[in-house]
Design a protein around this ligand. Structure first.
Ligand SMILES: [Zn+2]
Ligand SMILES: [Zn+2]
Length: 223
């Protein structure tokens, strides 16, 4: 509905041409290889673990993202969270499908929204993205995860606190299939998807891969 009432101007440059104009879409900073095999961070050459993720206990097997979480992408994601903008979920899914190979998994799941923050507005970007990706990948999308308890906002918390904040935050609804693709909108430190993946593993899943639209890039230099 909001799509109809909001002016059809590009959320990045403010010009016409839809919510994401062709020029800005082409200019979005793609995450390109070589990557850390585990967490998907861009690295100088392919590595199994990188500076960002080595020594960390991560609940997922592999994480991949389409674009870097920089200025333009931040603006898109903020508008996406704030207004829903269903069309943006489709754009985001197209960008992910361009960059991330089709995962070999049984089901697409997503990080559930915090009821207090997102669901009351009737939309949840991670779910919309998961549904759009499941369609492109020809896989079922299922709401397998729930929030076991409300979490404080992750934004602004230091890494150790982020981990504490989300540990035990998720519960699995039903016995999960063997392999799962877990979708979220943004990968910041990986703490949230790691906790969600751990919940799946504890419930018996064999493999959990993470796919996000955007990813924070910490180190561009060699690792
Ligand atoms: Zn634009
Ligand atoms: Zn890594």
């Amino acid at each position: 509905m909001l799509d109809l009432v909001l002016p059809r101007r590009c959320l990045v440059c403010g010009e016409g041409g839809g919510q994401l104009c062709a020029g800005c879409r082409a200019a979005l900073p793609r995450v390109v290889p070589p990557l850390c095999e585990r967490c998907g961070a861009p690295t100088a050459w392919p590595v199994r673990r990188c500076r960002e993720c080595s020594g960390r206990r991560l609940g997922f097997d592999q994480a991949r993202a389409a674009v870097a979480y920089d200025g333009a992408v931040r603006r898109l994601v903020a508008a996406w969270k704030e207004h829903g903008l269903r069309r943006l979920a489709e754009d985001a899914a197209d960008l992910v499908a361009e960059r991330v190979p089709v995962p070999n998994a049984d089901v697409v799941a997503f990080v559930p929204g915090d009821r207090a923050r997102s669901s009351d507005r009737g939309h949840h970007p991670a779910q919309r993205l998961a549904e759009a990706l499941a369609e492109r990948w020809g896989m079922p999308c299922e709401p397998l995860l729930v929030r076991a308890r409300p979490a404080r906002r992750q934004a602004g918390l230091p890494l150790a606190e982020r981990r504490r904040n989300v540990t035990g935050a998720f519960a699995v609804r039903t016995s999960p299939p063997e392999s799962i693709v877990l979708v979220d909108d943004v990968y910041t430190t990986g703490s949230t998807v790691s906790a969600a993946a751990s919940a799946f593993r504890s419930a018996g899943a064999g493999r959990v891969d993470v796919v996000t639209f955007a990813r924070t890039i910490r180190f561009f230099e060699a690792t």
